[in-house]
Design a protein around this ligand. Structure first.
Ligand SMILES: Cc1ncc(COP(=O)(O)O)c(C=O)c1O
Length: 394
């Protein structure tokens, strides 16, 4: 039996039959790579889409393409009837080229290139996001008459990868932007927000939904006929800490939405991480195990993948990836984990070291769990001459 599967069994069968992890680990038994490689299990994406859709009920999924724009994923989601949240012309073109209809793609970036807005309008996109006067003016000039939703600034909820601060606008401004959109000949249809990526439990949405509902009802009372609520992403993946299962999580969120907003004609959700992260694992390799001195408590383990080659979300040690090795049945000790590049910022985990087998050595394979989101596109094109993360879809 393969060392990983043996290791996993010893660790308590974390990859039961029928799961994406099990299929990927089976595939890895006979796969050899000459660089770090993300293996995506397409059936895992399908399973997760169905699980989220079951909980979201009438809410329409617009997959956040940025999480993983792999062609096979987009094609499969088109087949399943998903919509798409695009951040740029390239993402729009990708979705269109793989069969998505323009009316199923929303342009959700609040900082758009003017030429991209004109392109999107020309190819038939109808729905655009904005959180400022100038963005509305750009949309009015380049996509006249388009539907727009205003992105709201919401307080941080405790998400592991918060998206507050940079995006959205305050409530009083949001109301003024609806008026401005009308004045510019646009069709302001509603609001969007993002609760923060990797929001581990549905209960953590409560406060954000309260804030958004306040603004929603104030806008309705001011005479706006709002028909769209875009609840964004935030749906979690399993890394280190326990999370709710996708269907229950999504159903709980929708229950809270209904309680506050009633029957909104169109609710949209934009899962990225929650849809694809658990469908991918990275096969990496140990390049070196060393100690800085004989009395060093921690070993330094250098992998062939780091912050600049796909694991950018280890910034501030925010996302805690889980590692599997063929030696997981052996005794472990604390390690500082680092990438291969010459940049001293390329340290993955140091504040909270990672427990890895004492026998780990150069040449050992390390499999990193839940890597299907925000990895392949974060990889640099060739820092230090290392090739970018490769992707294989099974
Ligand atoms: C506008 C928008 N929607 C959705 C997402 C996806 O979020 P998540 O991966 O947490 O589901 C993002 C992520 O950055 C985003 O910017």
């Amino acid at each position: 039996m393969n060392a990983y599967v043996t290791g996993l069994s010893a660790a308590g069968s974390i990859a039961p039959a029928g799961t994406a992890e099990n299929r990927i680990l089976t595939f890895l038994q006979s796969a050899h790579f000459d660089r770090p490689t993300l293996v995506i299990d397409l059936a895992g994406v399908t399973q997760q889409y169905r699980a989220l859709a079951a909980g979201l009920g009438p809410a329409r999924i617009h997959y956040a393409v940025k999480a993983n724009p792999e062609r096979a994923i987009i094609e499969e989601l088109v087949r399943l009837g998903s919509g798409f949240d695009a951040a740029s012309r390239a993402e729009i073109e990708l979705c269109l080229s793989l069969g998505a209809r323009p009316e199923d793609i929303s342009f959700g970036n609040t900082i758009k290139r003017t030429a991209d807005i004109a392109f999107a309008h020309q190819v038939g996109l109808r729905l655009f996001a904005a959180d400022s006067e100038e963005e509305l003016e750009k949309i009015a000039d380049n996509a006249p008459g388009a539907q727009v939703y205003v992105r709201l600034l919401v307080d941080a909820t405790g998400a592991d990868w918060p998206l507050s601060r940079k995006f959205g606008c305050a409530p009083d401004k949001a109301l003024r932007l609806l008026d401005l959109a009308h004045a510019l000949g646009l069709d302001p249809v509603g609001f969007s927000f993002h609760v923060g990526s990797q929001t581990r439990h549905a209960g953590m949405w409560e406060q954000t939904l309260d804030q958004v509902a306040d603004i929603w009802w104030t806008a309705q009372e001011a005479g706006n006929d709002l028909t769209l609520l875009n609840i964004g992403g935030g749906f979690p993946a399993f890394y280190e800490e326990e999370i709710e299962a996708p269907t229950a999580y999504a159903a709980n969120v929708m229950e809270m939405v209904r309680a506050r907003f009633g029957d909104v004609p169109h609710v949209m959700a934009e899962p990225g991480r929650g849809l694809v992260a658990e469908a991918g694992m990275i096969a990496a390799e140990v390049l070196l195990v060393a100690r800085k001195s004989d009395s060093d408590l921690c070993r330094w383990v250098y992998l062939d993948i780091g912050k600049f080659s796909g694991l950018a979300e280890t910034m501030d040690e925010s996302i805690r990836y889980q590692f599997l090795t063929g030696r997981d049945h052996e005794e472990t000790g604390p390690c500082i984990l680092a990438g291969p590049s010459c940049d001293s910022a390329d340290v993955l985990y140091e504040r909270r070291p990672v427990a890895l087998p004492l026998g780990l050595r150069a040449g050992d394979r390390v499999v990193i769990r839940s890597c299907g989101a925000y990895t392949s596109t974060y990889a640099s094109v060739g820092f230090n001459g290392f090739p970018p993360l490769d992707v294989v879809v099974i």
